[in-house]
Design a binder for this molecule. Structure first.
Ligand code: HEC
Length: 212
């Protein structure tokens, strides 16, 4: 340290006062040939600094000490919890009022059918065909035909159809995935109404293709 001081003192000269612009004060100290201004910082600059410090203290107390301000993750989780609770409530409400009769009636409700048709023709047609026959251009698609008299699951009852769409195949790895998560109970009800609109209820409560 002492060496440095000596070196700089020898090799550099101080700026003369006359050479400075008016109002500029220099520090006496020279280091590596550099002399520093000794100016007061502008007030606007200082104020932004002070405001920042005050803000920091307030924020620090509110965020870390009292937890008044929630992080993005916490807010997201809260929002998701609200959505989840609403979905659960909706599901319970829909399912609680649902039976074969109610679903059968919905399959005659044009608003339900057209909402379900939209879903079917975007989500389900790839495996079950645009006309529910599980074929496309003569080729067999992976799904089961939904416009025939044969129901693999749920004994052909409306609630049986609802349950397989909600929960998927008994073995989802080989069959069909569950659509409860993607469509919600309401979406599933609509799409089932659309499927059943191609059927009519027989005396034993099963859905059979219209006119057969
Ligand atoms: C990735 C292809 C695929 C998609 C997409 C798909 N399914 Fe399926 N679906 C299948 C398969 C495969 C089966 C037969 C499952 C089995 O045998 O376990 C099936 C079976 C069904 C059954 C039971 C049929 C019966 O005879 O009991 C219904 C009802 C059904 N799907 C409705 C739907 C609806 C509604 C959608 C759209 C929300 C949909 N599927 C989307 C492949 C699909």
């Amino acid at each position: 340290m002492a060496d440095n001081k000596d070196n700089t003192a020898e090799t550099t000269s101080k700026v003369k006062e006359e050479q400075l612009p008016e109002g500029v004060v220099l520090r006496d100290h020279v280091y590596d040939g550099i002399q520093e201004y000794d100016q007061k910082l502008p007030n606007w600059w200082l104020f932004t600094l002070y405001i920042m410090i005050v803000f920091f203290i307030g924020y620090w107390v509110a965020y870390y000490q009292f937890g008044w301000i929630k992080s993005d993750v916490e807010r997201l989780n809260d929002a998701m919890a609200v959505v989840k609770a609403a979905q659960k409530a909706e599901l319970e409400k829909v399912v609680a009022n649902l039976d074969d009769d109610a679903l059968g009636k919905m399959s005659q409700d044009p608003a339900m059918i057209s909402a379900g048709e939209k879903t079917f023709q975007t989500v389900c047609f790839a495996c079950h065909g645009k006309d529910l026959s599980a074929t496309m251009g003569g080729a067999k698609l992976p799904g089961e035909p939904l416009n025939d008299a044969i129901w693999k699951y749920g004994e052909g009852k409306p609630m049986g159809v609802f349950n397989i769409v909600m929960k998927g195949s008994p073995d989802v790895t080989k069959g069909m995935v569950a659509f409860e998560g993607q469509l919600g109970a309401k979406g599933v009800v609509e799409v089932v109404a659309y499927i059943l609109s191609h059927h009519e209820a027989k005396a034993d409560g099963t859905a059979k293709p219209k006119g057969k």
